[in-house]
Design a protein around this ligand. Structure first.
Ligand code: ADP
Ligand code: MG
Length: 263
């Protein structure tokens, strides 16, 4: 099934969905076959990929509760060049329903395993919680990418996430590891952000990606057009940063880009 990564941070508004959508599109542009799984009932990754969450016949919800296979529920992001397993508000109910189902922490993992493995990358956009949905992402992932803003309380929340990842690693998924921390919405003019960035590097060392995603309005505008930022305005600073991030991720994993063009 290629590399399965979840994009997680239990805080909301820290750039998980922006990172998921733009990393998916950047990897697709570099020639990889990518599946983006939207695991947030808000369905922002779905909409940001140009898939209308209001008109879905099937979604990740049906897959999780066993009413649909993964392939039948998967749609294409024409704008992004990748596949999407979409989500909408229905998914909020899954949290309760999953509790009584067998292998409740492994529903997504089992669904992925049952589908033909044609993807180089599967990216899972997690909800802003350490819920059963997030657990389903962590049990099927090889790694976690953690987007973070360099703000005062950023490190505090990270220890809860790191502990959850440790527990899942120990009890449910020996393959799970932190791939890295990605600094997003970065504004180098803000002294506090520089300081927190240095502290993050001291604390997490080489787990911090070298690529930094700047605060860039084009990334924020793109979702309302249903187009990933890296496609919406490929020359914007935000798009270039996500393209560089995809290249850095490839280098870390030691995988080649089928279409690595110079952007
Ligand atoms: P999360 O999925 O963690 O809740 P989002 O990716 O939805 O976070 O980002 C929260 C908000 O910040 C969104 O409005 C998004 O458009 C905006 N945003 C995210 N990354 C950037 C960036 N690098 N520059 C500017 N705005 C950004
Ligand atoms: Mg989100």
């Amino acid at each position: 099934m290629g590399h399965v990564f979840c994009i997680a941070n239990q805080k909301g508004g820290v750039g998980k969905t922006t990172t998921s959508v733009n990393l998916a599109a950047a990897l697709a542009r570099r020639g990889h076959r990518v599946l983006l799984v939207d695991l947030d009932p808000q369905g922002n990754a779905t909409m940001g990929s140009g898939v209308d969450k209001r008109t879905l016949e099937r979604s990740v919800y049906q897959v999780l509760v066993g009413l649909s296979g993964l392939e039948e529920a998967t749609l294409r992001s024409e704008s992004g060049g990748y596949d999407v397993l979409p989500a909408n508000r229905e998914l909020a109910g899954a949290e309760v329903e999953l509790v009584d189902l067998p292998r409740r922490e492994f529903r997504l993992r089992d669904a992925l395993a049952a589908a033909p493995s044609t993807y180089d990358f599967v990216l899972i956009d997690c909800p802003p919680s350490l819920s059963l949905l997030t657990l389903n992402a962590l049990t099927c992932a090889h790694g976690v990418v953690i987007p973070m803003q360099c703000e005062y309380y950023a490190l505090e929340g990270l220890s809860d996430l790191a502990n959850t990842i440790k527990r899942v690693h120990a009890n449910l998924n020996r393959e799970l590891r932190i791939v890295g921390l990605l600094r997003v919405m970065f504004d180098p003019r803000v002294t506090l952000q520089q300081q927190v960035s240095e502290e993050v590097k001291r604390h997490f060392g080489e787990k911090v990606f070298a690529t930094v995603i700047p605060r860039n309005v084009r990334l924020a505008e793109a979702p309302s057009h249903g187009v990933p930022g890296v496609v919406f305005d490929p020359r914007s600073r935000g798009a270039l940063a996500y393209l560089e991030f995809a290249a850095e991720l490839e280098r870390r994993l030691g995988v080649a880009a089928p279409l690595a063009e110079a952007h």
